[in-house]
Design a protein around this ligand. Structure first.
Ligand SMILES: *Cc1c(COP(=O)(O)O)cnc(C)c1O
Length: 356
């Protein structure tokens, strides 16, 4: 049976990226060696790294004055690296979910944290508005897509201070005006590649703001000086990212991807909104295109397990909601085909018809 992979992360990758990565493990470009067996300083790997960085910059239209590095440690390591490097006295954070809270917790090790707004009062079902970012903070940190709760900041906001964004789960899902940000980071395993590599887009100019003494590996300057090659980078994960980037370019770039994502999300949100049985959990204007959360209406709550079982028989994988939300979460990342959303919608409609 065909599987429809709605996993939240690690999650679905373009099939071609998986296949070409498998080939590269057996024999990289016909050189008679595995990708896993060559030096990260070899010509063959340098070519992979150069193309990955160039494509990443091209697809995201990263302007001059910014650098990209691929590191280990996950987005969670960035929760600590960002304040270690840039929180000299005080920073502002927007609290929109569990990942934002984890970032806040790490920042507190380094200085004062001003949580300018929070949606914790309603279990993170909306993106706060109308808050003020004080001008005297070192930076403002946001989480553009809240993977667990299914809310998203889909427009590039204006910030009076350097803007830092965790884009782990919506990078490359829509065009972004990079010039509005000073630093963007994320784990690759949602929308870009396999687990094990973290991307960081950094405006070179902000390095001059670092005042603290920082251990070598946690210092951005180290990694900008020898881009992604200060120590051994996650070579395999980077290769799969390259294959994903080639796939995005082949489709026509991020604008095309955005249209595909809109089509998928609209299909599922329309189904949810027109349903007598299902209902969305996030306020409409804050809804994510990447993680679509829904539950059963109060009078049908006892049918959630039955729907889960039914959906499994139709090949649905990974639609169980996070424990802090309950119900269902369909992650509709770039690589998820429209047909999978159609299959889910068909299953929802059929279940509803037979159980109301
Ligand atoms: C998954 C996720 C993280 C955590 O990423 P790791 O690479 O596992 O550290 C952080 N932020 C967001 C928004 C995520 O979706």
């Amino acid at each position: 049976m065909k599987k429809h992979n709605f996993n939240a992360g690690p999650s679905i990758l373009p099939r071609i990226a998986v296949e070409n990565s498998a080939k590269a493990i057996l024999d990289l470009n016909g050189i008679g060696l595995s990708l896993l067996e060559i030096s990260h300083r070899s010509k063959d790997f340098q070519g992979i790294l150069d193309e990955t960085m160039a494509l990443f910059k091209e697809l995201l239209q990263i302007p001059a004055g910014y650098q990209v590095v691929f590191l280990g440690g996950g987005a969670s390591m960035q929760f600590c690296m960002v304040p270690y490097n840039f929180l000299n006295r005080k920073a502002a954070y927007l609290e929109t979910g569990v990942w934002a809270q984890k970032a806040i917790k790490e920042a507190k090790f380094f200085g004062e944290v001003n949580v300018v707004a929070s949606s914790s009062d309603k279990n993170f079902t909306y993106i706060p508005k109308g808050y003020v970012v004080p001008a005297d903070v070192d930076y403002f940190h946001i989480t553009t897509n809240n993977t667990i709760y299914g809310s998203e900041i889909r427009t590039d906001i204006e910030s009076p201070v350097p803007l830092v964004a965790d884009m782990s789960s919506d990078i490359l899902s829509r065009p972004v005006d990079i010039s509005k940000y000073d630093l963007i980071y994320g784990g690759a395993q949602k929308n870009l590649g396999p687990a094990g590599v973290t991307f960081v887009i950094i405006k070179e100019e902000i390095l001059s703001r670092v005042t603290r003494k920082i251990p070598t590996m946690l210092n951005y300057a180290t990694h900008l000086k020898e881009p992604s090659l200060f120590n051994t980078p996650p070579v395999f994960a980077i290769y799969t990212c390259l294959e994903t980037l080639r796939w995005i370019k082949g489709l026509g770039g991020v604008k095309v991807i955005e249209q595909m994502n809109l089509k998928k999300a609209n299909l599922l949100y329309d189904t949810i909104d027109n349903s007598r049985m299902f209902t969305g959990t996030v306020e409409k204007e804050s809804r994510s295109l990447m993680n679509i959360c829904f539950v059963m209406k109060e009078q049908y709550k006892d049918k959630e397990d039955a729907f889960m079982e039914f959906a499994k028989t139709r090949g649905m994988i990974g639609i169980k909601g996070h424990r802090s939300v309950g119900g269902f979460r369909a992650s509709t990342y770039n690589a998820l085909p429209y047909e999978s959303v159609q299959a889910l919608v068909d299953a929802m409609n059929e279940f509803e018809k037979n159980n109301i």
